[in-house]
Design a protein around this ligand. Structure first.
Ligand SMILES: Nc1ncnc2c1ncn2[C@@H]1O[C@H](COP(=O)(O)OP(=O)(O)OP(=O)(O)O)[C@@H](O)[C@H]1O
Length: 315
């Protein structure tokens, strides 16, 4: 059994609209429609899609906040909407846009309250507090009220809080939103270590594709409530007819390189750019070029992930 099992999961919302002075009609919005996927323990999965695609609705169903209108979800063997309390002990949730900490309380008191709410055993609490306070650099901030923390500090506090009870699964919704480059880097490093060393399963929703590139081997792309891609990041690059580029520095300027399987798209002096399908191997191309030309240097450029995803959304 997978840690997260989603089968034909659907959620509709009925939206009532004014259709005249006194008349109202209702429209049904399919926020999530027949969605299916499995996530195994220890995976780090990026869950991405354009605004309004259904990401938050999915996460809300997986955490038990929303009841599905159809299909099923099993998380750690539990049915989220029916076994929400039991599930809360097994999962952690972090929303970048809002905090789960107590605004007026020092960080330390927020953690203490969570210890009681989740009835976290003393040893677990102490070990996690010690580890996470050190790794997330929260030591000097423990006595500061949450409202006085910067966005990055608050986010680190929220992540430490979500991990106090040793959850097997951590859902992160836009964890790096509004953070500077250094803070983003540190946070990604922490999440990578958490996944490697504690085997915590991560499901990450973000509009920052660098988060995905830094953390996730697998990506699920959702649009209009259904999955339009589910696979490794490397295969995502290969979809949508995108291409990789071989950049060849010749010893001397030459006419366009003519080989099978790639075409020259740009020439600047002795440097030539050759495009080839993203799913193809560069090895035979390199062999052909080095056999026929005097080559000073070679490099391969992967397709820009933002372009690939833009193509996927516009389909
Ligand atoms: N409570 C609700 N009532 C009515 N419609 C809703 C409700 N919640 C979500 N929707 C609609 O369902 C669709 C999916 O919304 P959802 O918040 O899941 O998208 P999202 O992928 O998380 O978007 P974003 O990236 O903007 O956060 C949207 O069209 C949204 O307007």
């Amino acid at each position: 059994m997978s840690l997260i099992e989603v089968r034909d999961l659907s959620r509709e919302f009925t939206i009532r609209k004014r259709a005249g002075a006194f008349r109202r009609t209702s429209v049904v919005k399919h926020a999530v429609h027949d969605l299916s996927f499995d996530i195994e323990a220890g995976e780090m999965v990026g869950y991405i899609g354009p605004n309004g695609a259904g990401k938050s609705t999915t996460i809300k169903m997986l955490t038990g906040i929303l009841v599905p209108s159809g299909g099923s979800a099993l998380v750690a063997g539990l049915e989220p909407s029916r076994q929400r309390r039991e599930l809360a002990r097994r999962i952690g949730v972090v929303f970048g846009q809002r905090t789960s900490l107590w605004w007026d309380l020092p960080l330390h008191d927020s953690f203490e309250l969570l210890r009681r709410i989740y009835r976290i055993p003393d040893q677990t609490f102490r070990r996690n507090l010690e580890d996470h306070v050190a790794l997330l650099d929260l030591g000097d901030l423990m006595d500061t009220p949450v409202r006085q923390l910067s966005l990055g500090q608050r986010m680190r506090g929220d992540i430490a809080a979500a991990l106090l009870h040793d959850p097997e699964i951590l859902y992160l919704d836009e964890p790096t939103i509004g953070l500077d480059v250094v803070s983003k880097g540190r946070l990604r490093e922490f999440l990578r270590a958490l996944n490697h060393e504690r085997r915590t399963t991560l499901m990450l929703t973000t509009h920052d594709l660098q988060d995905i590139e830094a953390l996730c081997d697998r990506v699920i792309v959702i649009d209009h409530g259904t999955a339009v891609f589910d696979g490794p990041l490397s295969s995502l690059r290969a979809t949508g007819g995108s291409s990789r580029t071989l950049v060849v520095d010749l010893v001397d300027e030459a006419s366009p390189i003519a080989i099978e399987g790639a075409r020259v798209v740009k020439i600047e002096g002795p440097r030539q750019w050759l495009a080839f399908p993203a799913g193809a191997s560069a090895a035979p191309l390199v062999a052909q070029i080095t056999a026929a030309y005097d080559v000073a240097d070679l490099s391969i450029h992967e397709p820009d992930i933002e372009d690939v995803i833009r193509q996927l959304y516009s389909r």
